[in-house]
Design a protein. Structure first.
Length: 758
């Protein structure tokens, strides 16, 4: 997705209501110069229809509910046929609060000469041909069909030609069902709400857009509980234009359209009203819908997508106010970044990255969300990459259901990770064949399977266990983390205690973290071998959106990265272990969030503020000249999608030593004792190969102190910052003393160890 996050746009100042400044779709009453708009502004509507031989014949009633006369000269009335038309004569003016009745009489001034059928419509057009108002039905009303004060159409208790409509005191069982929210782009879905006190059988209820030829009915067995909301999306099965089919086959909601709801008798019971232009916030249709606030009442206006949840309409004063500022530290590495794909290597929907340490070196995996294509690249210590042999075209991931259908568009793969089993796991927020449907899933892919298409060997649907968000704002990233790095460091929301891998015998040897774009939430899941998934924990990176995840084994923490919606900010989360107080809180179920120490970092100064959706850090084996590579992947550009930067190699996790750090320190001590300035003995070398962030020599330790790193972080002192600061604001004398102490301490460690060995 090439766009700014919905959560950030929802907070941005300047978001406005549906009738203000043109950022929202223009509803039928928004443009004063337009004749149709003027008519609606003056309150002229169709209010009652006789379609079955009244007196005399069929008739149509219009009402001016405004406090000013309405000049309807040149307005036209049609039924369902465009060639059945009657133009109101010059001088046709309806007084305030007055009715105008058009009778089926041949040649009478102001009357029409065509009849209304059993299944028909009445449509009112302005002199320019724009639709002003309409009503449709599928059966004659026993009496007449009238506009109810709440906006729906119902059979009247008796005809009231030229007077206020009268309805029976008890309405139909569907009276409480209302259209509540509509998305016309990028998805097509309609939300209903039952405002009544009893459940409603929806079988035979019908949705139409602005054309009576586009009709979708609820199937037998469909119902909506009292107070409940129900979403009809492109894949919803029912009766499409008279035959079994999906909503998407019957109705494609357009940029200039309307949605209407009919009961099984063909009476219109609700109407969204017409709009011109897709709903947008900050120019992005994915951020907006049309909805009623409060739910079930009022006119439709600009809103944020909340399918099957309470509507959140945008106020005229800008909605939720200013975007909160995220306090950041400088990037923990050099400011420079560089483009790796000066000529096009990838497609236009670049999304996810993940680095893998293999026996043959470091592999960088990349995935595109447009068609599920992923690539394998070889990475070097300077950050440069090249396609692995035979991977120039990548491979395409497929849903199992599409195994025999190569034309299917495939998963919307937003994230990629490699697990301990060596298999690839892809995060998909929807099926590209049904982009309006919220479908958050993880696919297991064997990268060694022959291409060009690879069918998922296992899939996990996480939709029901994640927040309900718009189909385009779901899972953006996935990252596998080994149990060895997690045991005791997460608060398990299922057990109320610290996470214990033994509680999940089918999950393998690690958990999968997924990030939901809308709201920036991160969740940990056990993906079981039987196809089930269990949500373990929730983390809060403190950002409005998260587009990428990366577990940094060198630092022992999880990176969560935002895109241009929050200027490329990255959060580093240190996950544990839980202290006594946190464990007690877990046992008491005191908090839903799993505790984490979170530190925010600004993007490197040399990284453009663009829609970066992928991020990965290199393992310690690629450390060179005091840094190790980091990569960013930008959606919507080609070339220049993949950029390389770096992290300082001497940046450490505080409060302990990351994986391999003890060996690395021992190697540094050996190097200092031998005066070689490098990790000369086998222990030190092993520490480096295992991904230690500690320098392999004494001079590296001194450089770490001298470059502005925090002394507490360098020595693993409790209470130090999650990552070392960068910059030159530390006292030079203090740094010199620290450097000397580091070298001396390292030498003492080696001499002591060797003396014990002797």
């Amino acid at each position: 997705m090439s766009r700014k996050q919905q959560a950030l746009a929802a907070l941005a100042a300047g978001a406005i209501g549906a009738t203000a400044l043109g950022l929202a779709p223009t509803l039928a009453a928004a443009a004063p110069e337009d004749a149709a708009e003027a008519a609606i502004q003056t309150g002229v509507r169709i209010t009652e229809v006789e379609s079955s031989g009244g007196t005399p014949g069929d008739w149509i009633e219009l009402f001016n509910g405004s406090d000013a006369p309405a000049d309807l000269s040149g307005f036209a009335v049609r039924d369902a046929e465009d060639d059945h038309v009657h133009v109101l004569p010059e001088g046709t003016v309806v007084a305030p609060g007055a009715y105008l009745v058009l009778d089926e009489l041949s040649g009478g001034a102001g009357d029409f000469d065509f009849g209304l059928g059993k299944a028909d419509s009445v449509r009112l057009f302005d002199p320019s041909g724009a639709l002003v108002d309409s009503v449709s039905w599928t059966e004659h009303a026993v009496t007449t069909l009238g506009l109810h004060p709440d906006g729906g159409w119902l059979p009247t208790a008796e005809p009231t030609k030229g007077a206020a409509n009268v309805f029976a005191e008890s309405g139909t069982p569907g009276d409480g069902v209302r259209l509540n929210e509509i998305d016309s782009s990028p998805a097509d879905w309609v939300e209903l709400v039952n405002t009544g006190e009893t459940a409603v059988d929806l079988a035979g209820f019908e949705l139409r857009d602005n054309s009576d030829d586009h009709r979708w009915q609820f199937p037998a067995g469909a119902s909506i509980a009292a107070g409940a909301m129900l979403v009809v999306d492109e894949r919803s099965a029912g009766v499409a234009n008279g035959v079994a089919g999906t909503f998407g086959e019957a109705i494609g909601i357009g940029s200039a359209d309307r949605i209407r709801l009919f009961d099984p008798a063909g009476a219109q019971i609700d109407d969204s009203g017409a709009w011109e232009g897709h709903a947008e916030i900050d120019g992005d249709a994915a951020l907006a819908t049309l909805a009623r606030c409060p739910d079930g009442v009022g006119d439709f206006g600009l809103a944020k997508p909340t399918p099957a949840a309470a509507n959140v309409c945008v106020d005229d004063d800008g909605g939720d106010g200013e975007t909160p500022t995220i306090e950041t530290q400088p990037w923990a590495g050099p400011a420079e970044t560089r483009v790796l794909d000066a000529s096009a290597m990838f497609l236009e929907d670049s999304s996810g990255l993940d680095a893998q340490q293999t026996a043959d070196g470091v592999v960088l995996w990349a995935v595109d969300n447009g068609e599920g294509r992923f690539w394998k690249l070889r990475a070097q210590s300077d950050g440069s990459v090249a396609f692995a042999d035979g991977w120039e075209q990548g491979k395409r991931a497929r849903f199992a259901k599409d195994a025999e259908n190569p034309a299917a568009k495939g998963p919307d793969t937003e994230g990629i990770t490699v697990a301990g089993d060596g298999l690839i796991y892809l995060a998909s927020e929807r099926d590209n064949s049904a982009k309006g449907v919220n479908f958050n899933s993880v696919l297991q892919i064997d990268p060694e399977a022959p291409g060009p298409d690879v069918v998922a060997s296992r899939e996990w649907d996480l939709t029901a266990q994640l927040p309900q968000v718009s189909a385009n704002l779901g899972i953006e990233a996935v990252e596998w983390v080994a149990d060895a790095d997690l045991a005791g460091s997460l608060r398990d929301e299922r057990t109320g205690t610290a996470y214990d891998p033994a509680d999940y015998p089918l999950h393998g040897d690690g958990l999968f973290f997924v990030a939901v774009e809308d709201g920036g939430q991160v969740f940990a899941f056990a993906l079981n071998s039987d196809g089930t998934a269990q949500r373990i924990a929730q983390l809060d990176p403190g950002m409005p959106a998260v587009m990428a995840l990366d577990y940094d084994r060198t630092l022992g923490g999880l990176w969560a990265v935002c895109d241009d919606g929050c200027h490329g900010t990255a959060a580093f989360l240190e996950l544990g272990p839980l202290d006594d107080g946190e464990a007690a809180a877990a046992a008491d179920g005191a908090a839903a969030l799993s505790p984490a120490t979170v530190t925010h970092y600004a993007r490197p100064a040399g990284l453009p503020d663009t829609n970066n959706e992928g991020f990965a850090t290199a393992p310690g084996s690629l450390v060179a000249d005091g840094t190790r590579p980091a990569w960013w992947f930008t959606d919507g550009v080609r070339p220049a999608a993949l950029r390389a930067g770096a992290l300082f190699a001497d940046t450490e996790q505080p409060g302990g030593t990351p994986e391999g750090a003890a060996d690395g320190a021992e190697g540094a001590a050996d190097g200092a004792a031998d005066g070689a300035g490098a990790a000369a003995d086998a222990d030190g070398g092993a520490g480096a190969s295992n991904g230690s962030s500690a320098a392999g020599d004494a001079s590296g330790a001194a450089r770490g102190a001298g470059s502005g790193s925090n002394a507490g972080a360098a020595t693993g002192a409790p209470g130090a910052e999650p990552l070392a600061r960068t910059g030159g604001d530390d006292d030079p004398m203090v740094l010199f003393v620290v450097s000397v102490l580091v070298v001396a301490g390292a030498a003492m460690m080696v001499f002591s160890r060797r003396r014990r060995a002797d």
